[in-house]
Write a protein that binds this ligand. Sequence first.
Ligand code: UTP
Length: 460
Amino acid sequence: MISFPGRNDVIQRVYDHGQGHIFAFWDTLSDDERGRLLDDAGAIDFALLDRLYRQARQSAPPTMGFEPAPYIPLPIDEEGRRSFMEAREAGIAVIRKGAVAAFVVAGGQGSRLGFDGPKGLFRAGPVSGKSLFQIHAEKILKSSEKYGVRIPWLIMTSHANHEDTVRYLSENSRFGLDTSDVYVFPQGMIPSLDTEGKLILETPSSLFKNPDGHGGSLGALADSGVLRAMRERGIEIISYFQVDNPLVSIIDPVFIGFHSLRGADISSKGLMKAYPGEKIGVFARFDNGAIGVVEYSDLPEDLQNQRDARGALRFCMGSIAIHLFGVGFLESITGGSALSLPFHVARKKIGAYTGNGTTEIDGYKFEKFVFDALPLTEKNIVLETRREEEFAPIKNPSGVDSVESARGLMDALARSWLRERGIAVPASVRTIEISPLLALEPGDLPASTSVPDKELVYLE
Ligand code: UTP
């Protein structure tokens, strides 16, 4: 067995768990590299990994029965419109007192998009070419101005993209947001395993690890101290969204109003599934009464296709990963050891160092999902929203949920706002984009707005 001054306990633990192969290149490593490998090994929760490997080898455990979850539908009559107006008023009051923070999760690897760098740097604006981070930052800035408050922006990164993200935001002066209002912190990592349950080397002196999923964001908020900082700033609600959705309404008074009027711990936005096999999770109420999300891969085909008496899909409310979290609730689940979101297993190709460069092998990656927090609440609500107003995920280089589809949706939304305000768009206009600094909703567009007669129009 190898040894290293002061670290032999770590080495012993690695051997005890049958993972001694990670020291295969020990003889070629410098003392610094040996120290780094032992740091990686020392951080491992072997009991957890053993459990996760057993979980990966078993077929999925039987899950509880569930039915469609109740939700607040879009208004279709006077009463509905009145309750949305009341929610809006209540939400504006909460925002104005400075009780809301914005939280983007941007730690993903963006493997499908294949973009080199943090996804937030991806230029999504169809005319402006503005990056996702800039679009989000400008929405927050505009909301801050509109409601006369400072709205903190929390950004969760991963170890892989943290430095690049921090540098980009600083080089661009956080797009106008004050340094003291922007909190950037990395999420946790967890080692991947091969199909035999063995740890994988990424380099001779480091283990292959992946970010612990968007569900890792809740623990990361607490561990980074940002949750405490939010409490100290008087923040009551954290508005959670994904970095790759340029259409998201980050500070939405109606959503915030319903959350606070109904005393929810978590609120979620949902939208009508476009077709039964659409790859989004659905909101469900489990047999124990808890409301949560059933992943699309876990919804059997017969349930996907099931229809009610009126011919509508029964499991129709899809989750789009937009949530409000009560700060008090987050404190209650992250204080002590109460946060126990489960890990999900995905079989993936992993680049393993073999001594002869890197080889793709089959292995298991483990991730937490943020929607697993829903069933931990006393009360959570689901609010229906319109797809065309809120959801344009950029996942793929082309086709479904791609940059083209997102740019098309941004153009369509801009046109619908202008139509609502009775502002004409000349026929020559091929693509139009509205700067978040000009308007966050149709009512923000100045009455004097006019659209120039050219192909590409950016209203700012
Ligand atoms: P996705 O599940 O779409 O993953 O993340 P991804 O990494 O962006 O893309 P693929 O699957 O590799 O192609 C949804 C959101 O959750 C964040 C992502 O940054 C994105 O905003 N996320 C995901 C994290 O912050 N951390 C993670 O570990 C995983």
